[in-house]
Design a protein around this ligand. Structure first.
Ligand code: PHE
Length: 456
């Protein structure tokens, strides 16, 4: 086993880290959320703001997280404990771990749908529909059935736990090395099918032709939340993955590659889905049900639809699995590092607790649908709290910590390790990063958060 001096596991190779981290980033956020969020927020103008958030906030915060993890070789709480004595910062680490745990609970519910839809696709049920509304009715009847929704949740969580308990190298890295190339091939296949459909260009027009009138302060918050969620930022997942890196690895180039992969996969998924949706004349602003209500109708109307429907839901499942692994890894790493639990026990016990917390989310679609807090059901509430509040707030605090508490100059010294040759060529890019983590990222996130609670 490759490990550091204290015997803690490390990635077996540089590409192992990049694939695992890209696996964390690329998930339901890219294939399920990105297309519907773009569809409901007006298309190209939203994409523009989202790309801006990724470039000037997402990438700098990603670099910060990976670097903090690599420097301390610890989980998020351990990272803050190593670099600061203040209880406040320890609590920030704990908030990240809590956010990861809550996200895992509802994430696994949607991931369970993708698993269940593989079975539906194999059975060929989509081809029995006689009207487009049948797809929506079928989705509602599936999620309305507590046995189905909980069964899929349990099955999905079980697979996630088995991979995480197998270890960083033997589980997460090995799994990502198989699953990520598979995901890429499947996605290219689905995209190719989408753009070769007649009438698909209307979808491309919607995606790439901005309508600025659709942009408001609310849109900017969604774009920022989406940037954090899709890059797995603001809660310590990237910090934890960074903690298994060695000082010989290049944090800068790896982070740039992760952002590049995540962004291109979201855009490719958008192209694949919107070209098909527009080719068939369906509604792009369908919301969270977009891929489950709409795509079955797309599959029944296209040549090779049976095979592509199976491929698509396998793709969605694979993407969700590599992200769920990273969510479970954050809490697992905390209990392994700080509480000295063994990995198997930690993954099984914590995965089971996340499953229990997932139950009310699963039941939000059936038995508990009338149970609402602030007008949101349990699923929507946990989604809202993490996506709109905890992740941006976590990102804000992490950038403040790195720049102002630990100190940006100390960070740069650490950043240079493993990236010496890059520093010679790219000195000015490093200066831009310093300005971004010190000022631009925290100020922008702060303003967006204030506007979201109605203060500005
Ligand atoms: N990035 C994942 C996705 O896009 C979700 C995720 C968020 C994973 C936070 C880990 C941490 O689906």
């Amino acid at each position: 086993m490759i490990s550091n001096q204290s015997g803690r596991e490390q990635w077996g190779s540089k590409v192992g880290f990049i694939l695992a981290a890209a696996g964390s980033a690329v998930g339901l956020g890219n294939i399920w959320a990105f297309p519907y969020v773009v569809g409901s927020n007006g298309g190209a103008a939203f994409i523009f703001i989202y790309l801006l958030c990724v470039g000037i906030i997402g990438l700098p915060v990603l670099l910060a997280e990976v670097l903090l993890g690599r420097t301390t070789q610890r989980n998020p709480v351990g990272t803050f404990k190593t670099l600061s004595n203040s209880k406040f910062w320890h609590a920030v680490g704990a908030m990240g771990i809590a956010a990861g745990f809550i996200i895992l609970s509802f994430y696994a519910v949607v991931a369970g749908w993708s698993l269940g839809y593989i079975f539906e696709a194999v059975r060929g049920v989509f081809f029995d529909f006689s009207a487009p509304t049948d797809a929506e009715a079928h989705f509602n009847s599936l999620v309305g059935n507590p046995v189905w929704i909980i069964g899929m949740l349990v099955l999905f969580m079980f697979v996630t736990m088995v991979i995480v308990l197998s270890g960083v190298r033997k589980g997460i890295e090995k799994g990502s090395k198989i699953l990520m190339p598979l995901l890429f091939i499947l996605l290219l296949g689905v995209m190719f099918r989408g753009i070769t459909m007649e009438g698909s260009s209307a979808g491309l027009y919607f995606l790439f032709n901005p309508d600025w009138s659709k942009i408001s302060a609310g849109t900017v918050l969604v774009a920022l939340g989406q940037a954090f969620f899709t890059l797995s930022l603001g809660m310590g997942a990237m910090m934890t993955y960074g903690s298994y890196m060695s000082k010989k690895d290049n944090v800068v180039s790896s982070s740039v590659q992760i952002v590049g992969l995540d962004t291109s996969i979201a855009l490719i998924a958008g192209v694949a889905i919107f070209s098909a949706v527009f080719a068939i004349g369906l509604d792009p602003a369908e919301g969270p049900g977009l891929i489950f209500h709409t795509l079955p109708n797309v599959f029944t109307q296209m040549a090779g639809g049976y095979v592509f429907s199976i491929l698509f839901f396998v793709l969605l499942f694979v993407a969700a699995l590599t992200s769920a692994m990273s969510l479970l890894e954050v809490v697992t790493a905390y209990f392994v590092d700080e509480k000295k639990w063994n990995r198997k026990k930690a993954a099984l016990v914590l995965g089971s607790f996340a499953l229990l917390l997932g139950l009310p989310s699963a039941l939000s679609y059936n038995l508990m649908s009338d149970f609402t807090i602030f007008g949101l059901n349990f699923f929507d509430l946990t989604f809202y709290i993490t996506f709109n509040i905890m992740l941006p707030l976590g990102g804000f605090l992490i950038s403040l910590f790195l720049a102002w508490v630990w100190g940006v100059d100390k960070a740069v010294v650490e950043l240079k390790k493993g990236a010496e040759s890059l520093f010679e060529k790219a000195g000015w890019q490093i200066s831009i990063w310093k300005v971004c983590v010190k000022y631009i990222a925290p100020i922008m996130i702060f303003l967006v958060l204030l506007s979201s609670i109605g203060i500005i």
